[in-house]
Design a protein around this ligand. Structure first.
Ligand SMILES: [Zn+2]
Length: 570
Protein backbone atom coordinates (compact mmCIF):
# COMPACT_ATOMS: atom_id res chain seq x y z
CA UNK A 1 0.00 0.00 0.00
CA UNK A 2 1.48 3.30 -0.96
CA UNK A 3 1.72 6.06 1.60
CA UNK A 4 -0.20 8.26 -0.78
CA UNK A 5 -3.38 6.45 0.13
CA UNK A 6 -3.25 8.36 3.43
CA UNK A 7 -3.52 11.77 1.80
CA UNK A 8 -0.83 13.63 3.65
CA UNK A 9 2.06 11.75 2.15
CA UNK A 10 2.29 14.06 -0.83
CA UNK A 11 2.56 17.06 1.45
CA UNK A 12 5.90 18.74 1.84
CA UNK A 13 7.22 19.09 5.35
CA UNK A 14 6.03 22.69 5.14
CA UNK A 15 2.50 21.50 4.36
CA UNK A 16 2.67 19.15 7.36
CA UNK A 17 3.67 21.92 9.66
CA UNK A 18 0.93 24.22 8.42
CA UNK A 19 -1.72 21.57 8.98
CA UNK A 20 -0.47 20.67 12.44
CA UNK A 21 -0.57 24.36 13.26
CA UNK A 22 -4.13 24.63 11.90
CA UNK A 23 -5.17 21.54 13.86
CA UNK A 24 -3.75 23.10 17.02
CA UNK A 25 -5.57 26.34 16.26
CA UNK A 26 -8.96 24.66 15.74
CA UNK A 27 -8.43 22.56 18.89
CA UNK A 28 -7.85 25.76 20.86
CA UNK A 29 -10.96 27.33 19.32
CA UNK A 30 -13.07 24.28 20.19
CA UNK A 31 -11.92 24.51 23.80
CA UNK A 32 -12.20 28.26 24.13
CA UNK A 33 -15.98 28.68 24.54
CA UNK A 34 -15.71 27.68 28.22
CA UNK A 35 -13.08 30.28 28.88
CA UNK A 36 -14.97 33.03 27.08
CA UNK A 37 -18.04 32.11 29.15
CA UNK A 38 -15.95 32.22 32.31
CA UNK A 39 -15.29 35.91 31.62
CA UNK A 40 -19.01 36.51 32.15
CA UNK A 41 -20.12 33.99 34.76
CA UNK A 42 -18.69 31.90 37.57
CA UNK A 43 -21.16 29.10 36.73
CA UNK A 44 -18.82 27.56 34.18
CA UNK A 45 -16.16 25.65 36.15
CA UNK A 46 -14.35 23.98 33.24
CA UNK A 47 -10.61 23.46 33.49
CA UNK A 48 -8.06 22.29 30.93
CA UNK A 49 -7.36 18.61 31.08
CA UNK A 50 -4.32 17.09 29.40
CA UNK A 51 -5.77 13.74 28.34
CA UNK A 52 -8.88 15.28 26.79
CA UNK A 53 -6.84 18.00 25.12
CA UNK A 54 -4.74 15.36 23.39
CA UNK A 55 -7.85 13.44 22.23
CA UNK A 56 -9.43 16.57 20.81
CA UNK A 57 -6.17 17.53 19.11
CA UNK A 58 -5.96 14.10 17.49
CA UNK A 59 -9.54 14.52 16.22
CA UNK A 60 -8.58 17.88 14.74
CA UNK A 61 -5.43 16.51 13.07
CA UNK A 62 -7.60 13.80 11.52
CA UNK A 63 -10.17 16.36 10.37
CA UNK A 64 -7.45 18.31 8.57
CA UNK A 65 -6.06 15.08 7.21
CA UNK A 66 -9.35 13.95 5.63
CA UNK A 67 -9.18 16.65 2.99
CA UNK A 68 -12.99 16.66 3.05
CA UNK A 69 -14.52 19.99 3.87
CA UNK A 70 -18.05 18.65 4.13
CA UNK A 71 -16.97 16.18 6.80
CA UNK A 72 -15.10 18.78 8.86
CA UNK A 73 -18.19 21.01 8.62
CA UNK A 74 -20.44 18.18 9.75
CA UNK A 75 -18.31 17.44 12.83
CA UNK A 76 -17.80 21.09 13.78
CA UNK A 77 -21.50 21.72 13.21
CA UNK A 78 -22.42 18.83 15.50
CA UNK A 79 -20.07 20.09 18.22
CA UNK A 80 -21.34 23.66 17.88
CA UNK A 81 -24.98 22.56 18.01
CA UNK A 82 -24.37 20.63 21.24
CA UNK A 83 -22.43 23.55 22.70
CA UNK A 84 -25.13 26.18 22.27
CA UNK A 85 -27.44 23.95 24.30
CA UNK A 86 -24.69 23.21 26.84
CA UNK A 87 -23.55 26.81 27.37
CA UNK A 88 -27.15 28.04 27.65
CA UNK A 89 -27.87 25.31 30.19
CA UNK A 90 -24.84 26.29 32.28
CA UNK A 91 -25.92 29.93 32.10
CA UNK A 92 -29.54 29.24 33.06
CA UNK A 93 -29.09 26.56 35.71
CA UNK A 94 -25.49 26.83 36.87
CA UNK A 95 -24.82 23.18 36.06
CA UNK A 96 -23.65 21.32 32.96
CA UNK A 97 -26.18 19.36 30.96
CA UNK A 98 -26.91 15.78 32.10
CA UNK A 99 -28.47 13.17 29.79
CA UNK A 100 -31.85 13.41 31.52
CA UNK A 101 -31.82 17.20 31.05
CA UNK A 102 -31.80 16.74 27.28
CA UNK A 103 -35.06 14.81 27.37
CA UNK A 104 -36.61 17.58 29.40
CA UNK A 105 -35.35 20.20 26.95
CA UNK A 106 -37.29 18.52 24.18
CA UNK A 107 -40.36 18.15 26.39
CA UNK A 108 -40.33 21.72 27.72
CA UNK A 109 -39.09 23.42 24.59
CA UNK A 110 -41.62 26.26 24.81
CA UNK A 111 -41.00 27.00 28.46
CA UNK A 112 -37.28 27.20 27.96
CA UNK A 113 -37.71 29.43 24.92
CA UNK A 114 -39.84 31.74 27.03
CA UNK A 115 -37.38 31.74 29.91
CA UNK A 116 -34.52 32.45 27.54
CA UNK A 117 -36.26 35.34 25.83
CA UNK A 118 -37.32 36.69 29.25
CA UNK A 119 -33.79 36.84 30.51
CA UNK A 120 -32.15 37.34 27.15
CA UNK A 121 -30.22 40.42 28.20
CA UNK A 122 -28.84 38.64 31.28
CA UNK A 123 -27.71 35.71 29.22
CA UNK A 124 -26.85 37.35 25.92
CA UNK A 125 -23.18 36.74 26.64
CA UNK A 126 -23.91 33.07 25.95
CA UNK A 127 -24.26 33.97 22.30
CA UNK A 128 -20.88 35.70 22.41
CA UNK A 129 -19.11 32.82 24.12
CA UNK A 130 -20.66 30.38 21.68
CA UNK A 131 -20.66 32.25 18.36
CA UNK A 132 -17.17 33.72 18.58
CA UNK A 133 -15.12 30.52 18.91
CA UNK A 134 -17.36 28.33 16.77
CA UNK A 135 -17.76 30.84 13.92
CA UNK A 136 -14.01 31.26 13.85
CA UNK A 137 -13.54 27.51 13.86
CA UNK A 138 -15.91 27.05 10.90
CA UNK A 139 -14.21 29.91 9.09
CA UNK A 140 -10.70 28.47 9.57
CA UNK A 141 -11.78 25.08 8.24
CA UNK A 142 -13.56 26.55 5.21
CA UNK A 143 -10.78 28.96 4.42
CA UNK A 144 -7.83 26.57 4.68
CA UNK A 145 -9.11 23.02 4.27
CA UNK A 146 -8.92 22.31 0.57
CA UNK A 147 -10.89 19.40 -0.83
CA UNK A 148 -8.51 16.87 -2.26
CA UNK A 149 -9.90 14.11 -4.40
CA UNK A 150 -6.91 11.95 -3.47
CA UNK A 151 -7.82 12.29 0.19
CA UNK A 152 -8.15 9.12 2.12
CA UNK A 153 -11.12 7.75 4.00
CA UNK A 154 -8.87 6.45 6.75
CA UNK A 155 -8.80 9.62 8.90
CA UNK A 156 -12.54 10.04 8.37
CA UNK A 157 -13.19 6.52 9.60
CA UNK A 158 -10.89 7.12 12.57
CA UNK A 159 -12.89 10.22 13.58
CA UNK A 160 -16.14 8.26 13.27
CA UNK A 161 -14.62 5.50 15.41
CA UNK A 162 -13.38 7.88 18.11
CA UNK A 163 -16.67 9.77 18.31
CA UNK A 164 -18.69 6.57 17.93
CA UNK A 165 -16.97 4.94 20.91
CA UNK A 166 -19.11 7.03 23.26
CA UNK A 167 -22.56 5.94 22.02
CA UNK A 168 -21.22 2.41 21.82
CA UNK A 169 -20.15 2.59 25.45
CA UNK A 170 -23.56 4.00 26.35
CA UNK A 171 -25.14 0.72 25.34
CA UNK A 172 -23.14 -1.03 28.03
CA UNK A 173 -22.90 1.46 30.92
CA UNK A 174 -25.52 3.23 33.01
CA UNK A 175 -26.26 6.92 33.09
CA UNK A 176 -24.10 7.61 36.12
CA UNK A 177 -21.01 6.91 33.98
CA UNK A 178 -22.15 9.61 31.55
CA UNK A 179 -22.84 12.36 34.05
CA UNK A 180 -21.09 15.64 33.29
CA UNK A 181 -18.17 16.66 35.51
CA UNK A 182 -18.59 20.34 36.43
CA UNK A 183 -14.85 20.95 36.16
CA UNK A 184 -14.44 19.15 32.83
CA UNK A 185 -14.50 20.76 29.39
CA UNK A 186 -18.12 21.40 28.51
CA UNK A 187 -17.65 19.99 25.00
CA UNK A 188 -16.50 16.76 26.60
CA UNK A 189 -19.57 16.81 28.84
CA UNK A 190 -21.79 17.48 25.83
CA UNK A 191 -20.39 14.53 23.91
CA UNK A 192 -21.06 12.28 26.93
CA UNK A 193 -24.56 13.55 27.68
CA UNK A 194 -25.77 13.61 24.08
CA UNK A 195 -24.25 10.19 23.39
CA UNK A 196 -26.10 8.64 26.29
CA UNK A 197 -29.30 10.47 25.48
CA UNK A 198 -29.22 9.50 21.79
CA UNK A 199 -28.39 5.88 22.51
CA UNK A 200 -30.50 5.13 25.52
CA UNK A 201 -33.21 7.72 26.03
CA UNK A 202 -34.30 9.24 22.73
CA UNK A 203 -37.78 8.17 21.75
CA UNK A 204 -38.54 6.46 25.05
CA UNK A 205 -39.07 9.37 27.36
CA UNK A 206 -40.73 8.30 30.56
CA UNK A 207 -40.95 11.45 32.59
CA UNK A 208 -40.95 10.44 36.25
CA UNK A 209 -44.25 11.29 37.84
CA UNK A 210 -42.71 12.33 41.11
CA UNK A 211 -44.69 11.63 44.27
CA UNK A 212 -46.30 14.73 45.74
CA UNK A 213 -43.87 15.61 48.49
CA UNK A 214 -43.60 18.84 50.43
CA UNK A 215 -40.43 20.89 50.17
CA UNK A 216 -38.09 21.28 53.12
CA UNK A 217 -37.29 24.50 54.87
CA UNK A 218 -33.95 25.50 56.32
CA UNK A 219 -33.82 28.05 59.15
CA UNK A 220 -30.85 29.60 60.93
CA UNK A 221 -30.71 28.73 64.63
CA UNK A 222 -28.68 30.03 67.55
CA UNK A 223 -27.18 27.47 69.87
CA UNK A 224 -25.44 27.89 73.23
CA UNK A 225 -22.15 26.54 71.95
CA UNK A 226 -20.48 28.20 69.01
CA UNK A 227 -20.30 26.32 65.74
CA UNK A 228 -17.16 24.27 65.18
CA UNK A 229 -14.54 26.17 63.19
CA UNK A 230 -13.97 23.25 60.88
CA UNK A 231 -16.14 20.41 59.70
CA UNK A 232 -14.33 17.65 57.86
CA UNK A 233 -16.40 14.98 56.16
CA UNK A 234 -14.40 12.02 54.93
CA UNK A 235 -16.26 9.69 52.59
CA UNK A 236 -14.46 6.43 51.94
CA UNK A 237 -15.98 4.82 48.87
CA UNK A 238 -17.22 1.24 49.52
CA UNK A 239 -16.16 1.11 53.18
CA UNK A 240 -17.88 -1.72 55.08
CA UNK A 241 -18.48 -1.18 58.79
CA UNK A 242 -18.21 -4.88 59.65
CA UNK A 243 -14.62 -4.93 58.40
CA UNK A 244 -13.52 -2.26 60.81
CA UNK A 245 -11.61 -3.29 63.89
CA UNK A 246 -13.37 -0.54 65.87
CA UNK A 247 -16.64 -2.27 65.07
CA UNK A 248 -15.56 -5.67 66.36
CA UNK A 249 -13.83 -7.15 63.30
CA UNK A 250 -11.31 -9.77 64.36
CA UNK A 251 -8.45 -8.42 62.22
CA UNK A 252 -6.52 -5.29 63.14
CA UNK A 253 -7.69 -3.39 60.05
CA UNK A 254 -8.03 0.01 61.72
CA UNK A 255 -5.30 0.32 64.36
CA UNK A 256 -5.27 4.11 64.25
CA UNK A 257 -9.03 4.44 64.71
CA UNK A 258 -8.75 1.81 67.46
CA UNK A 259 -6.27 3.99 69.33
CA UNK A 260 -8.69 6.93 69.12
CA UNK A 261 -11.53 4.71 70.32
CA UNK A 262 -9.43 3.55 73.26
CA UNK A 263 -8.77 7.19 74.15
CA UNK A 264 -12.55 7.73 74.06
CA UNK A 265 -12.35 10.20 71.21
CA UNK A 266 -14.49 8.26 68.76
CA UNK A 267 -18.16 7.63 68.44
CA UNK A 268 -19.21 4.79 66.14
CA UNK A 269 -22.74 4.52 64.81
CA UNK A 270 -24.31 2.05 62.39
CA UNK A 271 -25.05 4.13 59.31
CA UNK A 272 -27.51 3.65 56.46
CA UNK A 273 -26.52 4.67 52.94
CA UNK A 274 -28.91 6.80 50.92
CA UNK A 275 -28.29 4.77 47.77
CA UNK A 276 -26.41 1.85 46.26
CA UNK A 277 -23.95 3.89 44.17
CA UNK A 278 -21.65 6.87 44.56
CA UNK A 279 -23.31 8.93 41.82
CA UNK A 280 -26.65 8.73 43.62
CA UNK A 281 -25.64 8.44 47.24
CA UNK A 282 -23.57 11.63 47.24
CA UNK A 283 -26.29 13.92 45.76
CA UNK A 284 -28.74 12.57 48.34
CA UNK A 285 -26.27 13.04 51.20
CA UNK A 286 -24.93 16.44 50.15
CA UNK A 287 -28.41 17.82 49.43
CA UNK A 288 -29.76 16.15 52.59
CA UNK A 289 -32.66 14.44 50.82
CA UNK A 290 -34.65 11.69 52.47
CA UNK A 291 -37.61 10.59 50.34
CA UNK A 292 -37.28 8.82 46.99
CA UNK A 293 -38.35 10.90 44.01
CA UNK A 294 -37.96 14.21 45.86
CA UNK A 295 -36.49 15.84 42.75
CA UNK A 296 -37.06 19.44 43.81
CA UNK A 297 -34.94 18.93 46.93
CA UNK A 298 -32.26 17.21 44.87
CA UNK A 299 -32.12 20.05 42.41
CA UNK A 300 -32.77 23.38 44.08
CA UNK A 301 -30.07 23.13 46.77
CA UNK A 302 -32.42 24.07 49.63
CA UNK A 303 -30.43 22.06 52.15
CA UNK A 304 -27.22 21.67 50.13
CA UNK A 305 -24.34 21.34 52.58
CA UNK A 306 -21.84 23.34 50.50
CA UNK A 307 -24.34 26.14 49.99
CA UNK A 308 -25.28 26.33 53.66
CA UNK A 309 -21.66 26.03 54.74
CA UNK A 310 -20.80 29.04 52.61
CA UNK A 311 -23.73 30.96 54.05
CA UNK A 312 -22.41 30.15 57.50
CA UNK A 313 -19.02 31.59 56.57
CA UNK A 314 -17.11 28.38 55.90
CA UNK A 315 -14.59 28.12 53.13
CA UNK A 316 -15.68 25.05 51.18
CA UNK A 317 -13.30 22.45 49.78
CA UNK A 318 -13.75 19.24 47.79
CA UNK A 319 -10.77 16.92 47.43
CA UNK A 320 -11.27 13.67 45.62
CA UNK A 321 -9.18 11.09 43.84
CA UNK A 322 -12.30 10.24 41.83
CA UNK A 323 -13.54 11.81 38.63
CA UNK A 324 -15.07 15.24 38.34
CA UNK A 325 -18.40 13.77 37.22
CA UNK A 326 -18.97 12.55 40.78
CA UNK A 327 -19.51 16.24 41.60
CA UNK A 328 -22.62 16.32 39.45
CA UNK A 329 -25.60 17.34 41.54
CA UNK A 330 -23.52 18.16 44.62
CA UNK A 331 -23.66 21.95 44.23
CA UNK A 332 -20.21 22.47 42.68
CA UNK A 333 -21.01 26.15 42.28
CA UNK A 334 -20.83 26.50 46.08
CA UNK A 335 -17.36 24.96 46.40
CA UNK A 336 -14.40 27.32 46.70
CA UNK A 337 -11.64 24.81 46.04
CA UNK A 338 -12.12 21.70 43.90
CA UNK A 339 -9.52 19.04 43.17
CA UNK A 340 -10.37 15.83 41.36
CA UNK A 341 -8.70 12.93 39.62
CA UNK A 342 -8.33 14.93 36.42
CA UNK A 343 -6.11 17.47 38.19
CA UNK A 344 -3.45 14.93 38.97
CA UNK A 345 -4.29 11.91 36.82
CA UNK A 346 -0.92 10.25 36.45
CA UNK A 347 0.25 10.58 40.04
CA UNK A 348 -3.12 9.46 41.41
CA UNK A 349 -3.06 6.38 39.22
CA UNK A 350 0.35 5.66 40.64
CA UNK A 351 0.06 6.70 44.28
CA UNK A 352 -3.70 6.60 44.87
CA UNK A 353 -4.95 8.40 47.93
CA UNK A 354 -1.43 9.34 49.01
CA UNK A 355 -1.99 12.27 46.64
CA UNK A 356 -4.94 13.43 48.74
CA UNK A 357 -2.54 13.82 51.59
CA UNK A 358 -0.18 15.79 49.39
CA UNK A 359 -3.04 18.14 48.46
CA UNK A 360 -3.94 18.62 52.12
CA UNK A 361 -0.46 19.96 52.77
CA UNK A 362 -0.84 22.48 49.95
CA UNK A 363 -4.23 23.85 51.02
CA UNK A 364 -4.79 27.46 51.97
CA UNK A 365 -7.37 27.17 54.73
CA UNK A 366 -9.88 29.83 55.69
CA UNK A 367 -10.75 30.87 59.25
CA UNK A 368 -13.62 28.37 59.08
CA UNK A 369 -13.61 25.39 56.77
CA UNK A 370 -16.01 22.79 55.47
CA UNK A 371 -13.90 20.11 53.85
CA UNK A 372 -15.16 17.02 52.05
CA UNK A 373 -12.67 14.31 51.13
CA UNK A 374 -13.77 11.50 48.87
CA UNK A 375 -11.32 8.64 49.20
CA UNK A 376 -10.89 5.68 46.88
CA UNK A 377 -8.66 3.71 49.23
CA UNK A 378 -10.99 0.74 49.70
CA UNK A 379 -12.58 0.84 46.27
CA UNK A 380 -12.28 -2.10 43.89
CA UNK A 381 -9.77 -3.26 42.59
CA UNK A 382 -8.60 -3.34 46.17
CA UNK A 383 -4.99 -4.34 45.69
CA UNK A 384 -4.45 -1.40 43.31
CA UNK A 385 -4.76 0.91 46.29
CA UNK A 386 -1.72 -0.38 48.13
CA UNK A 387 0.34 -1.99 45.35
CA UNK A 388 2.71 0.99 45.14
CA UNK A 389 3.80 0.34 48.72
CA UNK A 390 5.44 -2.97 47.83
CA UNK A 391 5.38 -6.16 49.86
CA UNK A 392 4.98 -5.34 53.50
CA UNK A 393 5.10 -8.22 55.94
CA UNK A 394 1.80 -7.32 57.54
CA UNK A 395 -0.34 -7.66 54.40
CA UNK A 396 -2.76 -10.56 54.39
CA UNK A 397 -1.91 -12.88 51.49
CA UNK A 398 -3.40 -11.70 48.19
CA UNK A 399 -1.36 -13.31 45.46
CA UNK A 400 -2.86 -14.48 42.20
CA UNK A 401 -2.89 -18.24 42.78
CA UNK A 402 -5.06 -18.08 45.91
CA UNK A 403 -8.79 -18.78 45.52
CA UNK A 404 -10.58 -15.66 44.29
CA UNK A 405 -12.88 -15.10 47.25
CA UNK A 406 -10.08 -15.54 49.76
CA UNK A 407 -7.74 -13.30 47.79
CA UNK A 408 -10.25 -10.47 47.30
CA UNK A 409 -11.33 -10.52 50.93
CA UNK A 410 -7.73 -10.28 52.05
CA UNK A 411 -7.06 -7.52 49.54
CA UNK A 412 -10.05 -5.61 50.90
CA UNK A 413 -8.71 -5.85 54.45
CA UNK A 414 -5.27 -4.78 53.26
CA UNK A 415 -6.78 -1.80 51.49
CA UNK A 416 -8.66 -0.88 54.65
CA UNK A 417 -5.50 -1.14 56.75
CA UNK A 418 -3.77 1.15 54.26
CA UNK A 419 -6.72 3.54 54.45
CA UNK A 420 -6.35 3.64 58.24
CA UNK A 421 -2.67 4.58 57.81
CA UNK A 422 -3.64 7.38 55.40
CA UNK A 423 -6.39 8.49 57.74
CA UNK A 424 -3.87 8.89 60.52
CA UNK A 425 -1.68 11.05 58.27
CA UNK A 426 -4.66 13.07 57.06
CA UNK A 427 -6.12 13.72 60.47
CA UNK A 428 -2.70 14.55 61.93
CA UNK A 429 -2.08 16.96 59.08
CA UNK A 430 -5.49 18.56 59.54
CA UNK A 431 -4.95 18.85 63.29
CA UNK A 432 -1.68 20.65 62.68
CA UNK A 433 -2.97 23.08 60.08
CA UNK A 434 -6.65 23.82 60.66
CA UNK A 435 -7.37 26.70 63.03
CA UNK A 436 -9.76 26.27 65.96
CA UNK A 437 -12.16 23.46 66.86
CA UNK A 438 -12.63 20.67 64.37
CA UNK A 439 -15.16 17.89 63.94
CA UNK A 440 -14.21 14.98 61.70
CA UNK A 441 -16.87 12.63 60.39
CA UNK A 442 -16.06 9.45 58.51
CA UNK A 443 -18.64 7.60 56.47
CA UNK A 444 -19.01 5.68 53.23
CA UNK A 445 -21.18 6.25 50.18
CA UNK A 446 -22.43 2.63 50.23
CA UNK A 447 -21.39 -0.78 51.48
CA UNK A 448 -19.80 -3.54 49.45
CA UNK A 449 -20.45 -7.25 49.03
CA UNK A 450 -17.45 -9.55 49.02
CA UNK A 451 -18.85 -12.89 47.98
CA UNK A 452 -21.46 -13.37 50.71
CA UNK A 453 -24.12 -15.65 49.14
CA UNK A 454 -22.06 -15.28 45.97
CA UNK A 455 -22.86 -11.60 45.80
CA UNK A 456 -20.24 -9.09 44.75
CA UNK A 457 -20.19 -5.35 44.23
CA UNK A 458 -22.74 -2.82 45.39
CA UNK A 459 -25.38 -1.98 42.80
CA UNK A 460 -28.25 -3.80 44.51
CA UNK A 461 -30.66 -2.89 47.28
CA UNK A 462 -29.26 -5.42 49.75
CA UNK A 463 -28.69 -4.83 53.47
CA UNK A 464 -24.92 -5.26 53.06
CA UNK A 465 -24.92 -2.37 50.58
CA UNK A 466 -27.07 -0.16 52.82
CA UNK A 467 -24.72 -0.74 55.73
CA UNK A 468 -22.15 2.03 56.17
CA UNK A 469 -20.14 3.31 59.14
CA UNK A 470 -20.63 6.73 60.66
CA UNK A 471 -17.67 7.60 62.85
CA UNK A 472 -17.31 10.93 64.61
CA UNK A 473 -13.92 12.02 65.89
CA UNK A 474 -14.40 14.54 68.64
CA UNK A 475 -11.13 16.15 69.30
CA UNK A 476 -13.15 19.29 69.80
CA UNK A 477 -15.04 17.46 72.47
CA UNK A 478 -15.95 19.19 75.63
CA UNK A 479 -18.92 17.80 77.47
CA UNK A 480 -21.01 20.85 76.78
CA UNK A 481 -20.31 20.45 73.08
CA UNK A 482 -21.64 16.94 73.11
CA UNK A 483 -24.77 18.17 74.83
CA UNK A 484 -25.30 20.88 72.22
CA UNK A 485 -24.58 18.72 69.24
CA UNK A 486 -25.49 15.17 70.20
CA UNK A 487 -25.75 12.74 67.33
CA UNK A 488 -29.42 12.47 66.37
CA UNK A 489 -29.51 8.75 66.96
CA UNK A 490 -26.87 6.82 68.81
CA UNK A 491 -27.97 3.45 67.38
CA UNK A 492 -28.69 3.83 63.69
CA UNK A 493 -28.21 6.95 61.63
CA UNK A 494 -29.11 7.44 57.98
CA UNK A 495 -27.15 9.60 55.56
CA UNK A 496 -30.10 11.98 55.69
CA UNK A 497 -29.84 12.24 59.48
CA UNK A 498 -26.11 12.74 59.16
CA UNK A 499 -26.72 15.61 56.73
CA UNK A 500 -29.27 17.14 59.08
CA UNK A 501 -26.77 16.95 61.92
CA UNK A 502 -24.09 18.61 59.76
CA UNK A 503 -26.56 21.42 59.03
CA UNK A 504 -27.08 21.74 62.76
CA UNK A 505 -23.33 22.07 63.30
CA UNK A 506 -23.47 24.89 60.73
CA UNK A 507 -26.31 26.46 62.79
CA UNK A 508 -29.24 25.54 60.58
CA UNK A 509 -32.37 23.60 61.29
CA UNK A 510 -33.84 21.46 58.54
CA UNK A 511 -37.61 21.20 58.64
CA UNK A 512 -38.96 18.30 56.61
CA UNK A 513 -42.74 17.88 56.84
CA UNK A 514 -42.43 14.23 55.77
CA UNK A 515 -39.88 13.22 58.38
CA UNK A 516 -40.78 10.23 60.52
CA UNK A 517 -38.12 9.07 62.98
CA UNK A 518 -36.91 5.49 62.54
CA UNK A 519 -38.15 5.25 58.94
CA UNK A 520 -35.35 5.51 56.40
CA UNK A 521 -35.03 5.13 52.64
CA UNK A 522 -32.52 3.23 50.56
CA UNK A 523 -32.59 3.99 46.84
CA UNK A 524 -31.33 2.51 43.58
CA UNK A 525 -28.89 4.48 41.49
CA UNK A 526 -31.32 6.09 39.01
CA UNK A 527 -32.39 8.83 41.41
CA UNK A 528 -33.49 11.19 38.65
CA UNK A 529 -35.68 8.59 36.96
CA UNK A 530 -38.31 6.11 38.05
CA UNK A 531 -36.15 4.35 40.56
CA UNK A 532 -36.33 1.34 42.82
CA UNK A 533 -36.18 1.99 46.53
CA UNK A 534 -36.70 0.21 49.85
CA UNK A 535 -38.20 1.58 53.02
CA UNK A 536 -36.21 0.63 56.11
CA UNK A 537 -37.65 0.41 59.59
CA UNK A 538 -35.43 0.91 62.57
CA UNK A 539 -36.18 -1.21 65.63
CA UNK A 540 -34.50 -1.91 68.97
CA UNK A 541 -32.49 -4.74 67.51
CA UNK A 542 -31.53 -3.25 64.16
CA UNK A 543 -33.03 -2.40 60.81
CA UNK A 544 -35.74 -4.28 58.89
CA UNK A 545 -36.10 -3.95 55.13
CA UNK A 546 -39.39 -3.59 53.29
CA UNK A 547 -39.79 -5.04 49.79
CA UNK A 548 -38.51 -2.88 46.97
CA UNK A 549 -40.93 -0.66 45.09
CA UNK A 550 -40.88 1.88 42.30
CA UNK A 551 -40.87 5.60 42.99
CA UNK A 552 -43.82 6.03 40.62
CA UNK A 553 -45.81 3.75 42.97
CA UNK A 554 -44.62 5.56 46.11
CA UNK A 555 -47.08 5.24 48.95
CA UNK A 556 -46.06 6.60 52.34
CA UNK A 557 -46.12 4.29 55.36
CA UNK A 558 -46.74 1.04 53.49
CA UNK A 559 -44.30 -1.76 54.13
CA UNK A 560 -44.32 -5.38 53.16
CA UNK A 561 -41.44 -6.73 55.21
CA UNK A 562 -38.76 -8.84 53.57
CA UNK A 563 -38.12 -11.05 56.57
CA UNK A 564 -34.71 -12.34 55.61
CA UNK A 565 -33.27 -8.85 55.05
CA UNK A 566 -32.07 -7.13 58.21
CA UNK A 567 -29.12 -5.31 59.70
CA UNK A 568 -28.65 -6.53 63.26
CA UNK A 569 -27.17 -4.34 65.95
CA UNK A 570 -24.70 -5.97 68.32
ZN1 LIG B 1 -18.98 4.30 45.50
Amino acid sequence: MSANRFGWAQLSSHGWRVRLFLATLTTALMLSDDFVQQLFTSANLAQLEAEYLVTLWVINVLLWWTGKRWFANAVVGLFAAMQIVQLSHIAMTGTPLAPYDIGKLAATYNEIGLALSDSFIDHSYVMVSWALPWDLCVWVFNRYLTDTSRASWVPLLLVVLILGSKPERATRRDMIAFMPGPTRSSLHNSINSFSFYATRMLGRESELVAPSLLDYEVRPIIQPDAAPDNIVLIIADSLRPDRMQINGYHRATTPYLQSLATANELQFVQGLAASVATGASLPLLMNVVREPGHLSMLKNATANLFRRAKEAGYKTTWLSTQESKVLHGLGAQYIDTVRTLEDDLILIQRYGDDRLLHWLHEMQWGDKNFVVLLSRSVHSPYDDNYQHLGNASDWWPDDGNLPLEYRLNNAYDNALMNFDRLLKDKITSLKDTLPGKTVVILTSDHGQMLGESNRWGHNRLYPAVASVPIVVHQWYATRSYQRTYPLPDADVMSHYELGRWLLKLMQFELINPQYVPDIHYFQGEAIYQDNLYRRLIETESGVSFCQAGLVSDYVPHVCELALSDTINLP
